[in-house]
Write a protein that binds this ligand. Structure first.
Ligand code: GN1
Ligand code: MG
Length: 360
């Protein structure tokens, strides 16, 4: 048996554990995520499905994290109950339970699997092509926060503790420097300097959060543009990948969307000349976002949106650099310097954002 058919057998087996009317036809891997293994399952009868093996080294409480996702989906479904059943299924993720009623399946190797219904006639973008898409994305992620605004944050587990806590990110970065191999450390030197230079500024939001200046909300925490589904007319459809939904502040959700929407290149681009910050997309996104969410944001939140952007790009740069120093233990990588290149890309984006920000 070759590797492909071993995976197919495995997926068929797992798929069979879930409660659905589908019949396994074929599969392919959706390889753009950095953490979980995600598969498109084509069924002989519609719907098709998304089957996902959750990385339990990253998500230490998988059942709790899946519960988060399901609670949030149900909450949004109630908010959208004016839509008909078919339309509703295109606007919010539908989770499929196992035949014995569990929200996930745990296989013999201890791996956790969960499944959702695939949303047909939808697409994602890795790079934004025009302002309309940026605006639609703003409305979509704004809607997500708006719909969950009245959800009690203490009903969610912290899917990944300290996820956006800068002091924590700095502390594991410092540890990584002490434990890094020499070659990786030397290649990182210029960027380690940038990290140190920005230290105070990059702690402002954490300090303000500790002072209670930002509302603790239900936040998505992975609002990169590829986690927004669009329909064939490029209208925003559904927010996906709710793994990291947990209590947080609005600024990282705003920042992470902007980080990916306003980068003229992808996060993996190694030609840094192509990496530059697009302010037209920034304004388009912000317009969509504030149109849906504006009334629920405080003046302090709105005033700190630009710092939210810089801090979010920075925290990604820092996380990629830390993982490079540690020898690629967290993110999936395609080649040895992948994480370093991702970090360089994000540092270049910060530089471009800061320069352009000064001139407006
Ligand atoms: C990871 O696996 P994926 O692509 O959904 C990461 C995000 C990063 C993103 C960068 C749990 O998300 O925080 O922003 O890579 N997810 C986790 O592309 O760490
Ligand atoms: Mg994710």
């Amino acid at each position: 048996m070759n590797f492909g058919s071993i995976i197919e057998e495995k997926l068929k087996n797992v798929f069979d554990k879930f409660n659905h009317q589908g019949q396994f036809d074929s599969f392919y891997e959706l390889a753009s995520g950095h953490i979980n293994d995600t598969y498109f399952i084509k069924s002989r009868v519609k719907p098709n499905f998304i089957l996902q093996r959750i990385n339990d080294k990253v998500f230490k409480d998988v059942p709790g994290m899946i519960k988060n996702k399901i609670k949030i989906s149900h909450h949004i479904q109630k908010k959208l109950n004016h839509l008909n059943k078919d339309e509703l299924k295109r606007r919010v993720l539908t989770f499929v339970y196992t035949k014995d009623g569990s929200t996930y399946f745990k296989d013999d190797y201890g791996c956790f699997w969960n499944m959702t219904i695939f949303i047909e006639d939808s697409k994602t973008f890795e790079i934004v092509e025009n302002e309309d898409i940026a605006y639609e994305a703003g409305k979509l992620f704004g809607d997500f926060l708006k719909h969950t605004d009245d959800f009690n944050v203490s009903d969610l587990v912290e899917a990944i503790p300290n996820f956006h806590k800068m002091s924590y990110r700095y502390s594991i970065f410092d540890e990584a420097i002490s434990n890094s191999n020499k070659v990786r450390l030397e290649k990182s030197f210029p960027y380690i300097n940038i990290v140190n230079e920005l230290k105070n500024e990059m702690h402002i939001l954490e300090n303000m959060t500790n002072m209670g200046l930002f509302k603790l909300r239900v936040t998505h925490n992975d609002t990169k543009i590829s986690n927004a589904l669009f329909d064939n007319e490029n209208k925003g459809l559904c927010v996906i990948d709710t793994d990291t939904v947990m209590p947080g502040i609005v600024l990282f959700d705003f920042g992470d969307a902007i980080r990916t929407i306003c980068n003229n290149a992808t996060e993996d681009e190694t030609n840094l000349d192509k990496v530059s910050f697009n302010f037209n997309y920034y304004y388009a996104y912000k317009n969509g976002f504030l149109e849906t969410l504006g009334n629920s944001l405080s003046e302090t939140e709105i005033n700190h949106l630009p710092l939210g952007v810089k801090t979010t790009i920075f925290i990604m740069a820092l996380r990629f650099l830390t993982d490079y120093l540690l020898g690629d233990v967290y993110y999936k990588t395609g080649y040895p310097e992948h994480n370093l290149n991702r970090a360089k890309n994000q540092f270049k984006l910060i530089e471009s954002f800061t320069e352009k920000m000064k001139s407006i």
